[in-house]
Design a protein around this ligand. Structure first.
Ligand SMILES: [Zn+2]
Length: 144
């Protein structure tokens, strides 16, 4: 059991079991056959949030943002860059706090952008404020 990881598919949210040593071999979803890692952050919504946060055996980094937030838009390319570097050991995801205010309020997001690292459904680190790509990568690696 400890040699495999549960990975939630970013496309169909099926929970896949992937051998640890196969994680870097571009694994595909057993249900929808699409790539489990695309080097891009996935979009979280109320209908997939708890599944991605709760069922992944890898850390999930969530960018809480909003379309009207200038610093959030500035950080978006840096977050994309970080996704390309951190996957597949880490899942990167974005949560639009404007369209999903209930989730933002559940996690008491006071300012955006805010990055939160979840492991096994629990928050393990939080960082408010925009960061550059290398800073995001370093912060995630030192906190997960
Ligand atoms: Zn799938």
């Amino acid at each position: 059991m400890s040699d495999s990881l549960h990975i939630v598919c970013p496309h169909c949210t099926a929970v896949n079991r992937i051998a640890k040593q196969r994680l870097n071999d571009a694994p595909r979803c057993g249900k929808c056959s699409k790539a489990l890692f695309t080097d891009h952050p996935l979009e979280l919504r109320s209908d997939n949030f708890s599944r991605h946060i709760g069922r992944n055996d890898i850390p999930v980094v969530v960018d809480f943002w909003a379309p009207w937030c200038g610093p959030c838009k500035m950080m978006a390319p840096a977050f994309e860059q970080a996704a390309a570097q951190l996957e597949p050991g880490v899942r990167l995801a974005k949560l639009n706090t404007e369209s999903e205010p209930a989730i933002a309020s559940q996690y008491a997001i006071r300012s955006i952008p805010t990055l939160v690292i979840f492991e096994n459904g629990h928050e393990v680190a939080r960082q408010p404020g925009a960061m550059g790509g290398p800073d995001i990568v370093n912060w995630v690696r030192s906190n997960s």
